[in-house]
Design a protein around this ligand. Sequence first.
Ligand code: LLP
Length: 435
Amino acid sequence: PATARLDDDGVLRIGGLRADELAAEFGTPAFVLDEADFRARCAAWRAAFADCDVYYAGKAFLCRTVARWVDEEGLNLDVCTGGELAVARSVGFPAERLLFHGNNKSVAELRAALDYGVGRIVVDSFAEIERLAALAAEAGVRQRVLVRVTPGVEAHTHHYVSTGQEDQKFGFSLAGGAAAEAVAQVLAAPSLHLVGLHAHIGSQIFDTAGFGLAAHRMVGLLARLRDEHGLELPELDLGGGLGIAYTSEDAPLDVADVAERLTAIVGKECAVAGLTVPRLAVEPGRAIVGSTTVTLYEVGTVKELPGLRTFVSVDGGMSDNIRTSLYDARYTARLASRPGSPTAHVVTLVGRHCESGDVVAHDVPLPDDVRPGDLVAVPASGAYHRSMASNYNHVTRPPVIAVRDGAARVIVRRETEDDLLRLDADPTDPTDPAG
Ligand code: LLP
């Protein structure tokens, strides 16, 4: 239901609002997030995975307003740091519906999670099981946990975001036997209550085969645990990872199809193994927020290198979109403030940072007459953009503007230079508390 569209006047509308007016009011660069689209995607996941738990993965993008929307739409929330937990806590997100991830949660983070009463903690190492068992005992609670398993599935995606294969830092190996050992360790801790298993094979995935194979292996482990420990774990979390379309070459899977296939696979495998079907959970991040947002930039310079290429520079770059340089991600871009000439040329859209790898989008066609002052929109920039933004070169991070029914409001304000200076000690004042 993405509502960003180009009208005949060449002006992009997002949530019924003109890109040029949004830019005039809120400045550029800016992330413009379509609230109705976000809520519709939450609802679609809720409906598709009706008898399952859907955890929105906050790492894709989280702020207080989004945490509230997630709650209102009836989704649960996956947090992976004390910072994300603090956001959830600040809006009173029901603790019961939180899941806490991470391969190296600190004692302070585990304490905060226990203190808030987080529903589930996904344990990821032997050291953590020991740590959490002690902390839960100390707090006098019996904490529900899931054991994160590495199912040994190669997801066909960028290796930086692939997490199912054996050689990586997350989880307990299924094949190597660590997963079964972790289960035994949790079972031996009276302050921990093992409710299920978790697996996440990777991100930006377009093929259900990997999910199916992971589900198959996880059910296999559930059956083995039943045989060895006489217990049937009631929950199976299959993680996130559904891909979205960044360019026309990407063909995303349909949520309803995926839900149907996964529940069918798990149902069938459980029947074969004689297991009660566990309650499934999924953790979509990108598939919910990725396509809801466009980044608006203003063009500052156009530099033609005859016979080589044309660089179009915008007022943001790798500080608001690290994905292009980090994962060689592909994006589209279009003029958002006027129609432009009917003929286009292929340009390299670059940022303002002091680094030649600072590319926003490779090889995008823009009208021949693209010029300073034009607005350029980059769609599909809702996931892992603002959440991975940096202050490289002391650039302030852009705001997030939510649009809905023709109205816009700031849900994350633009950083200011004062925000940046605030953390520095004043070198002329030796008593400055920042030092
Ligand atoms: N669950 C777990 C345990 C995860 O590690 C992740 C993502 C998700 C759920 C959500 O995955 P999603 O549905 O968003 O694909 N920065 C990278 C992506 C890193 C993903 C990390 N984990 C990128 O920009 O492509």
